[in-house]
Design a binder for this molecule. Structure first.
Ligand SMILES: [Zn+2]
Length: 47
């Protein structure tokens, strides 16, 4: 199955039906949950 790694928790995410995803700098990032997406976005905003 097409998969990607959640950059926050390291979980493997099915890219066909991710719980959450976002595009950052033109790159799509997949997450296991919207909670991980929030953490990722908070980290991007922080230093
Ligand atoms: Zn996660």
């Amino acid at each position: 199955m097409p998969s990607a790694k959640d950059p926050v928790c390291g979980m493997v995410v099915d890219t066909m039906k991710p719980a959450a995803k976002g595009t950052y700098d033109g790159e799509t990032v997949y997450f296991c949950s919207s909670g991980c997406q929030k953490v990722y976005e908070a980290r991007r905003k922080g230093k």
